[in-house]
Design a protein around this ligand. Structure first.
Ligand code: HEC
Length: 192
């Protein structure tokens, strides 16, 4: 990380680098890093003026490639059925949403188990930002896709700090959320 002094204020919530994973020849994968910069940085006279932080990673040949875990997110399915899509979406949810969202409980983000068909800003007991609480939106696969592309672009002033740039990840995580809805055909993916 450059500059070094920023290290104290830079917190990784989740990183592909926390666990060794196997990436085979010719495979491609998104390698997410979720982080925040502690706002206390602004009151540090030495570090507060820095406006660019650079993170870089070096990949090494594994010393024991057989031992590394083979994560589901590296699997390339050509044209997944709804079921396969929801199944993969469960992994996407675990990796990209689970730090902040649970299905049944509010965490730093609102509970999402029954989000499709629910009005935005209406999970009981969750303290929403004012713009999201006031938004006249009922969550559907379509508008969830827009939200996940850029929450603040979809609802200005919303507080969700991440987006999902990969369209396949968005499709699969939405398929997963759909598979959880009551009245939908249950699949294995419905078991959290
Ligand atoms: C770093 C934390 C964080 C991550 C990661 C995150 N979210 Fe959120 N999410 C939030 C917060 C905070 C809100 C509430 C925003 C507000 O009040 O403006 C939110 C709100 C939402 C809402 C609106 C719910 C409602 O009740 O209106 C949906 C839908 C949502 N998130 C889906 C997702 C999905 C799907 C993922 C994973 C791809 C994800 N989020 C990842 C923090 C996060």
């Amino acid at each position: 990380m450059q500059p070094d002094a920023v290290g104290r204020y830079f917190d990784k919530i989740q990183c592909f680098c926390f666990e060794e994973e196997k990436l085979g020849p010719g495979q491609t994968a998104e390698m997410p890093v979720l982080f925040y910069v502690d706002p206390a940085i602004l009151s540090d006279p030495d570090v507060g003026k820095i406006s660019t932080i650079t993170l870089s990673y070096t990949f090494f040949r594994s010393v024991r490639p057989e031992g590394a875990s083979d994560l589901g997110r590296f699997e390339q399915a050509a044209a997944p059925s709804d079921h396969a899509s929801a199944e993969r979406g469960r992994e996407v949810f675990a990796v990209r949403c689970g730090v902040c969202h649970d299905l049944e409980h509010n965490k730093s983000g609102p509970m999402l188990g029954n989000v499709i068909g629910r009005k935005a800003g209406k999970a009981p007991g969750y303290a929403y930002s004012i713009p999201l609480a006031a938004a006249d939106v009922t969550w559907s696969p379509d508008n969830l896709d827009k939200w996940l592309q850029g929450p603040k672009g979809f609802i200005a002033g919303a507080r969700m700090p991440v987006s999902v740039p990969d369209s396949r990840d968005r499709r699969d995580v939405i398929a997963y959320l759909e598979s959880l809805q009551p009245g939908r055909p249950t699949t294995e993916a419905a078991v959290p």
